[in-house]
Design a protein around this ligand. Structure first.
Ligand code: DC
Length: 234
């Protein structure tokens, strides 16, 4: 069977990574969380004192790119791919709401995107990859055989994110989460370079009313249909 490239894009907290991981698991593909790379770089800038309370000097951010090495390694204990920043496992640190609040402006910088996109394209060069993000179907893999675009209602997204943060022990309210999501969506959709948008050939999945199993089933049906249509073209 031909190996595919599967691109999953969508708004923040739409369940993209949950679905992407499950698809990768089902098909024995590699899962790549492209957002984790922007998050890790944001953490690096904070650690270096270049990004403080959301303020930064763009030229310093760009200079710092060459001091940043980001990679993923599969943890056999947790059965998850984890993010490493300059050799240190930062998987937990990059998920905080502090990073979530500051990552979007950093990810809008052209040079930052160029570096991350080049790494992402290298990771997907052999296919057999499921990657989630904002520009995967439009910029990173415009020729991906399967493109999914995830949406969910604002209320549901905020509730899901709130539960995640409360489970991690963060002290946040539903209102904080709603504001932060709206802010991130706005920056991601309106930035000049590679803004979040649905690729023309992407299939939209609104998972507001779907549970995880239903969402996975729907995605696998779309993928199987695609595989069949590719085989019938041969
Ligand atoms: O998917 P996430 O919430 O972990 O992504 C964090 C941020 O990174 C998001 O606000 C926008 C940015 N991002 C991006 O610009 N392009 C991607 N392919 C993935 C994420």
């Amino acid at each position: 069977m031909k190996f595919l490239t599967i691109a999953i894009d969508g708004y923040s907290s739409c369940g993209k990574s949950t679905l992407a991981k499950e698809i990768a698991n089902e098909l024995n593909y590699v899962y790549v969380d492209s957002g984790a790379m922007y998050r890790a770089f944001t953490l690096h800038l904070m650690n270096r004192g270049i990004l403080k309370d959301g303020a930064y000097i763009t030229s310093q951010v760009i200079d710092e790119l060459e001091n940043t090495q980001i990679r993923f390694a599969f943890n056999t204990e947790t059965q998850k791919s984890e993010t490493y920043l300059n050799g240190v496992n930062v998987e937990k640190d990059i998920r905080s709401s502090l990073i979530s609040k500051q990552v979007s402006p950093i990810s809008a910088i052209k040079e930052v995107r160029e570096k991350m996109v080049a790494i992402q394209q290298q990771m997907g060069i052999e296919g057999r990859v499921v990657m989630d993000g904002r520009d995967i179907g439009t910029v990173v893999f415009p020729k991906a055989e399967v493109k999914l675009f995830m949406t969910a209602s604002n209320e549901i997204r905020a509730q899901r994110r709130l539960i995640e943060l409360l489970e991690k022990g963060e002290n946040v309210s539903l209102d904080d989460v709603k504001k932060s999501l709206a802010q991130r969506d706005h920056i991601d959709m309106t930035r000049e370079i590679a803004p979040l948008r649905k690729a023309e050939d992407a299939i939209e999945i609104d998972n507001s009313e779907l549970n995880r199993a239903e969402q996975l089933e729907l995605a696998l049906t779309i993928i199987q249909d695609k595989i069949q249509s590719l085989q019938s073209v041969k």
